[in-house]
Structures are given as C-alpha cells and as structure tokens.
Design a protein around this ligand. Sequence first.
Ligand code: HEC
Ligand code: HEC
Length: 310
Amino acid sequence: MHPTLRAFVCAAAFACLASCSRGIEQTTAPGATLAGSLISSRTTMVTAWEFPKNPLTDPALDDSRLSNEIRSGFRIFTNTRVEASRFTPGGMTCNNCHLNGGQREKSLPLVGITGMFPEYNRRSGRLFSLGDRIVDCFLRSQNATGSPDADKELPSLTAKEVLALSAYLTWLSQGFEVGKNPPWRGQNTIPASTLIPIAALDPAKGEAIFKERCITCHGPDGQGVAVGDKRPGPLWGPDSWNDGAGAARVYTLAGIIRYSMPYLDPGSLTDEDAQLLAAFINSKPRPAFPFKQKDYQTEKLPVDSVYYPR
Ligand code: HEC
Ligand code: HEC
C-alpha cells in the first residue's frame, strides 16, 4: 500500500473505531425510509473505495448490451479523465464531486434521482432530460468546451459516454418511484439563515483555512496530491471545472465542501468556514465557459455566480 495512503487509512480506521462499527450505514436523513443504501457522510477514507451498488461485481448483471453499458458508465464515472478523455481536457472526474460513484450521502448523491427528469433547469430556462443534465456536466464541470477538439465535437445526447453514464445512473435509480424526490437529494446546501453576503466573504481568510485544513491532499497549488490511486481534481487553474459550472458558484461549492470535506473529517467545518473556503477557491482563475451569455436569460442571475458579468 502507498505510504501516504496507509497513513490516511490508519487515521481513518482509528477514527472509525471510536465512531462507527460498520462502513456502510443506512442514511440518517430525518424521517426517511431508505430503499437503497448510501455510504454515510460521516465515514472517511476507509470507505473511499466502497460502492453499495457496484456493476462490476453485481451478479444480477449479465452479458447483455445494457449490462455492458452500465459497467462502462461506472468506469467513466469513476475515472472520467481517462475513460472520457475526449470530453475531459483537464483533470476532473465525476466521482471527485459525487463521491463513491454518486452513492455517498451529502456528497451530491445521484441514487434514485433519474426519475425526477425531465426537470426544469433554471440556468438554461428549459426542461432538461437526464441526458441534457449529463451533457451539461461534461460541458461545464468537465470543461469539454476547453477540449482541443471542441470545435469539431462537443458531448451530445447520443455520445457513447453520455449514454453509458445515463445507463449507470438509471441503474442506480432502479426501484425508486418516478417523480418522487429522494430525501437525500439537494442536501448539499448551506441553510439560508447562515448565508454570508458574497461581498463580505474575504478570500484571504478562506486561504488561511485552506492552508491549515486542505493542502495535505489538495496541495498548496490546489492541483491535488495522489493518495494511493485516488487523487482529488484540480480546484482551480486550466485543468479544473470551468467558470460556468455549478461548482463555480460560491454557495454551491460551499455546500459541497461543508458536508464532504475535509475527506477524513467531513462535517467538521462551520457554515462560515465552508463559505470562506469557497470564496477563496472561486476567486482563482479557471477556464472560461464560452456560452455564459446564453445562461440565465429567463431566470435571475444567482448572487453567487461570481464569474458572470453583472
Ligand atoms: C466540480 C464538481 C462536479 C463534477 C466534476 C461533476 N458534477 Fe455533477 N453536479 C455538481 C453540482 C454542484 C451539481 C448540482 C447542480 C448544480 O448546481 O449544477 C451536480 C448535479 C449533477 C446531476 C443532477 C443531480 C440532481 O439531483 O438533479 C447529475 C445527474 C450529475 N451532476 C452528473 C454528473 C456526471 C455524470 C459528471 C461527470 C461527467 C458530473 N456530474 C461531474 C458538481 C459536479
Ligand atoms: C485527506 C485528504 C483530503 C483533505 C484534507 C481534503 N480533501 Fe478535498 N478531496 C479529497 C479527495 C480524495 C477528493 C476526491 C474524491 C474522489 O474522487 O473520490 C476531494 C475532492 C474535493 C473537492 C471536489 C472537487 C475536486 O476538484 O476534486 C473539493 C471542492 C474539495 N475536495 C475541497 C476540499 C477543501 C476545501 C478541503 C479543506 C477543508 C479539503 N478538500 C480537504 C481529499 C481531501
């Protein structure tokens, strides 16, 4: 085992002795009955490689075309920069933000969500199918518009990578009621009562917290340090998500950080820390999304869309 990884696993295992007896727990969302299972938001590096539903080992999947597509989608989801490199010019992977294959509580989980589509998308001001949503993730979070071949081919509804990801995510939603919001959806948000006005968030304060709590894994340059075969995506710079992505919004990013980071102690930051960290990370340069002027034509530009002209 990689020495850094061993150190993390030891620390995590130690924390686990005190706090949990099982790696995989039922979610604790209040009042929720959970049909599938998610990795608990409180467990750490010990469960980093665990997937409650893993199509590579699930005996229910056969050798059919669809089963192969589900497996392919899982591979793309967990290693996007390699498996879908033509739409990922930088270093991002879906799994960097949607931890454990999209099966971790409070890390933007994607279990049971596909029956919510088509759904109105505020940014585009129109109904989005699941495919539209995945295409948008490629264009923005994966910065496909920055690919050297972007003028020839952008991700589309019929691209094989998009279809495979749709197959994997739909498989994760099997057995869930269509049109019914799973209780763990949309939980990565900072409560309105503790939101701090954007102008009052000092990036220098966020930088100080970053140096103290984040650089062991993300590096002082934010580009990510390999932890065994796991490596966070670049938090800024040319290989990161672009400035039209959801994560380029300060409150959206704060909501990711607040409940899923730091990796070994998620939930330990305050709402204020998370917002300061997000303000720092989103004060940095990142690739420009070339179609920003087409966004928010119907709906109001959110206050935390800091890379958009006002
Ligand atoms: C940089 C972080 C990041 C990366 C990388 C990322 N996403 Fe997301 N994703 C988000 C955020 C944030 C949201 C919430 C919606 C928003 O504000 O954009 C989201 C939303 C989604 C949704 C809709 C979830 C729902 O409940 O409606 C899907 C599906 C999704 N992402 C799939 C993907 C796929 C597939 C990839 C890889 C091709 C990917 N994401 C890469 C951050 C990311
Ligand atoms: C112990 C290591 C570790 C620490 C400390 C840590 N992270 Fe992470 N972080 C990771 C790993 C690993 C991932 C990617 C997870 C994956 O792909 O499964 C990640 C992912 C992220 C992401 C998703 C986007 C991306 O580019 O990967 C953000 C944002 C993030 N971390 C922010 C932070 C912040 C802010 C801190 C400090 C409060 C922090 N992290 C501390 C290991 C860490």
